[in-house]
Design a protein around this ligand. Sequence first.
Ligand SMILES: [Zn+2]
Length: 223
Amino acid sequence: MSRLLIYATLVMLQTPIVGTVERVIDGDTIRVRMGDRVETVRYIGVDTPESVHPTRGIEPFGLAASALNRTLVEGRQVRLELDVESCDRYGRLLAYVYTDSLFVNAELLRRGYAQLMTVPPNVRHVEAFIRLQREARRSGEGLWAIEAGIQVASFPFQGADSEKASSGDDTIDGDDIIVFITRTGAKYHLAGCHHLKHSRIPIPLSEARNRYEACRICKPPGK
Ligand SMILES: [Zn+2]
């Protein structure tokens, strides 16, 4: 039976997937032993700075994220919760990871050691994750140096902060604004856009700008 089929079956039967963390690779990737197999598991919904990047070398915050991840899970038994897609193109298992007492993906966001990375269709906990990142930013946790307010951008877009704009700083701080993507589209939208009729997944503008195109109808802030 293929790996994908095995995991799909486990999920269907609601069998808990449990294992022991053999090794922490970095802030968002671990190696988990489950019986006689060891899987590389990538946390869903979060992205930590690289600790050992192939070209950029070691990033200071990446080491901190790795260290935190190690204290949270290394050597422990974990339970894995899968979402719609169980593997990524590198063959890593995609999971929400829980210890006895913690939801690890959420904890990394809460402490500001990870940023949101929303990849449909794996969006089960996206609302909670956005809240946690927002709170972490507001209280300046971890890698969030600057305190900031958050706003949802709706159609028609009124501008992030007219006071800021008039003081000469006309760049919009994309991390503070929530826009929306759909399950299948390549564009991001403002709340109220008719393209959001069937699905509507909140995402920070900063993230949307990097990975999606601005909708031409509702015209969210661009790059
Ligand atoms: Zn739109």
